[in-house]
Ligand binder design. Structure first.
Ligand code: ZN
Length: 75
């Protein structure tokens, strides 16, 4: 079981997620992100905007994703 924070996963707070696989932890952070989005949490909205800019460039997004995955695997 590995633990990463919302912030480490491109979010904005220190909430932690624990999972065995990177895909699982991404799913957890995404649903937390959606929750914060619904609550109109400013810092999460800003963080999401940054990610959505990244998403417009597939190779940059892939690079970001791989980087986070490496971080997870290195834990
Ligand atoms: Zn968060």
């Amino acid at each position: 079981m590995k633990t990463m924070t919302c912030k480490q996963l491109g979010g904005a707070c220190n909430k932690t997620f624990s999972a065995d696989t990177f895909d699982e932890i991404v799913t957890m952070s995404k649903s937390h992100g959606m929750e914060m989005f619904e609550k109109n949490d400013k810092s999460h909205l800003d963080a999401m905007e940054e990610i959505s800019v990244l998403m417009q460039d597939q190779s940059k997004m892939q690079e970001w994703f791989n980087q986070k995955k490496e971080e997870f695997n290195a834990l």
